[in-house]
Design a protein. Sequence first.
Length: 205
Amino acid sequence: MSKNFVDLTRIYEDGVNLCLIERPLPAAIESFINQASKQFGKLELSQPVNPDQFDFASLWPQASHTHGYRAWLEDVELLTSAFCELFGLKQAGLRLRTLQNAMCPRFHVDRVPARMICSYGGIGTEWLPEYALDRQKLGMGSCGLPDDQSGLITDATAIRRMPAYAVGLMKGEAWEGNEGQGFVHRSPTPTAVQPKRLVLTLDML
């Protein structure tokens, strides 16, 4: 874990599956997420975005008059631009979703080269370090058993969670030379205290 954005470049290092940048949650963005999720309900958006040409103000127009909207937009633009610059892309696949349940509740790997994720408020993505898992039990290897019964998790105390607002850059199965070693993670289960989260993901196109 780092607090320096430049450390995202370490994703290019062999053996590095996650670059996690911890950031303090700005009060304006936290307030915006709380108000917008209550007033405007579910947001679900998926589209290619060229950060040099895209009108980020169009992402959630219903919430445009809510305090903190501009600060949130600037952060989404920052992350999209950083992702594209890091990988030399003209555009990224941007997805924004408000979630009230665990979209991917089982530990899994992504069949992508790399993915950036940021949870605005709520509970962040959970993940397993390499020493605490048996990769043979992923997917079909679980024989249909839940993760806590299949033997996938070899040390339940090692399950980690990305903080809200942290930037996680995850290396997937399709990264050249990383076959069979993709980052193992899952969606968290919401709680009564934190029932919703707004998740941004960025993919290579």
